[in-house]
Design a protein around this ligand. Structure first.
Ligand SMILES: Nc1nc2c(ncn2[C@@H]2O[C@H](COP(=O)(O)OP(=O)(O)OP(=O)(O)O)[C@@H](O)[C@H]2O)c(=O)[nH]1
Ligand SMILES: [Mg+2]
Length: 429
């Protein structure tokens, strides 16, 4: 099975906690603060692996978790940082946030990397909180939580040339004679169920990649036949070779089919109509093919939209016309600008992090003030609730964010209960 779309969960490692510790020196009952920092949590990183062709590996493994950083230690020692979790993906993988649909990145080049979930930084140990007023602070930070999100991966085959056409017109056969690929070939429709790739190597040293795409029929853009699933692979090719069967065996009305398939491309994505298209009449070795081609060409010349489209008839059996077709295809590829591909909107292809607006929201649930929001929740998770001083620091941070003011303006009274995550405390004026 060809897996070209998956949803996975990724969780980066939390930072290690900073700790509260004091130096112990001979004859000094309580030396200075010496609690070390936590180590950084591992990030989850995608990396293009040239050996991968599909998203198959993600079919059964859908949860990925990087290790947390280690906690700080006494004697000011920093905890060990965790290794990043690097996950291989095939070239051509588009990474989206599954919840918002936003494109996080487009992984194209070999070894290209994308951080999809950032590891939390380590919390600071109490040695950082010493001040002249508080030389022996009992404050330390917990590690920052690692990012956690649901990601969708979508694979779009990366090929220079796409072979399109009605089923059984000879797309796979053409691929098999111009490249070393060995696709399945048979006389029944929809033999090809997944795209096949092959590399054409010309005598002049040039090469390009061809994708054989499952057959298209009328209604494909609405899901008829194998549907539009595979039209998305067509989107990334630079040149389309549109194969039309001249043997009279499969295509009852070749010109009509040719127009219908173009209509499906247009319905799927109008930008596909600007893609360079070469018409390739096939099976020219079959008797009667010449007459069928003549009729086809006449209709083509009379068509306002496609009259100027180039035509390169071939026979995959006798190899007639193959060289000319490959030569012309290579020429067109060279003449075309580098990237006429349909580009997806990318936020930031390198790194991505959540946007934090105000950082909190306050709701009153049956008299209980419930504070939510990524920033305040992160700050809370980084608070070591076992030390009063750390809690006082958190109270100051809340005030700094404007939470106290907003609670007051919403009508909170002295003694009301306030909740953040699973922690409840009293609102004190
Ligand atoms: N006579 C003749 N037969 C051909 C030629 N090319 C392909 N065929 C035959 O046409 C039939 C269909 O060929 P495929 O290459 O499987 O067709 P396809 O377009 O890949 O079909 P789907 O994968 O079903 O969309 C097979 O029986 C081939 O042997 C040709 O040049 N001449
Ligand atoms: Mg095929």
């Amino acid at each position: 099975m060809f897996v070209d779309q998956v949803k996975i969960d990724v969780k980066a490692g939390n930072g290690g906690n900073g700790i509260v510790a004091f130096r112990r020196e001979k004859f000094v009952p309580n030396g200075g603060p010496a609690g070390g920092d936590g180590g950084r949590g591992g990030s989850v990183v995608f990396k293009v692996d040239s050996g991968m062709r599909t998203l198959m590996d993600f079919r059964y493994k859908r949860k990925f978790k990087a290790d947390p950083g280690r906690n700080g230690m006494n004697k000011q020692m920093t905890g060990r940082s965790a290794q990043d979790l690097v996950i291989g993906v095939p070239g051509g993988t588009i990474v989206k946030d599954a919840e918002t649909g936003e494109v996080i990145g487009d992984l194209v080049d070999v070894d290209q990397e994308l951080v999809v979930a950032k590891g939390g930084r380590g919390g600071r140990g109490n040695m950082h909180f010493a001040s002249p007023r508080n030389p022996a602070p009992e404050i330390s930070e917990n590690g920052e939580p690692g990012d956690e999100r649901i990601i969708s991966l979508e694979l779009k085959v990366l090929a220079d040339v796409g072979l399109i056409g009605f089923p059984s017109v000879g797309k796979s056969t053409l691929l098999s004679v111009v490249t070393s690929a060995k696709p399945k070939i048979a006389e029944y429709h929809f033999t090809t169920l997944v795209p096949n790739l092959g590399m054409v190597q010309l005598d002049n040293g040039k090469d390009f990649v061809i994708a054989d795409i499952p057959g298209l029929i009328e209604g494909a853009s609405q899901g008829v036949g194998l549907g539009f699933e595979f039209l998305r692979h067509v989107e990334r090719t630079k040149v389309l070779l549109h194969l039309v069967d001249m043997s009279g065996i499969t295509e009852i009305e070749p010109f009509d089919n040719f127009k219908k398939i173009n209509n499906e491309l247009r319905k799927y994505n109008p930008a596909l109509m600007e893609r360079y298209q070469i018409i390739v009449p096939t099976k020219m070795d079959v008797s009667g093919a010449d007459e069928n081609l003549k009729e086809f060409t006449e209709k083509l010349k009379a068509d306002s939209e496609f009259a100027d489209t180039e035509v390169f008839p071939i026979s995959a059996i006798t190899h007639d016309g193959l060289q000319n077709l490959m030569k012309r295809t290579a020429e067109v590829l060279e003449e075309l600008p580098d990237n006429p591909l349909v580009e997806e909107e990318t936020i930031d292809s390198q790194n991505y992090s959540y946007s934090e607006d105000k950082g909190f929201e306050i709701n009153n649930e049956d008299g209980l003030w419930v504070i939510t929001g990524p920033k305040i929740e992160r700050l809370f998770k980084m608070t070591d609730t076992t030390h009063d001083e750390s809690m006082l620091r958190f109270a100051r941070q809340m005030r700094g964010m404007g939470i106290d003011d907003e609670l007051r303006s919403l009508g909170a009274k002295n003694g009301d209960s306030v909740q953040i995550l699973d922690f409840v405390f009293e609102f004190v004026e």
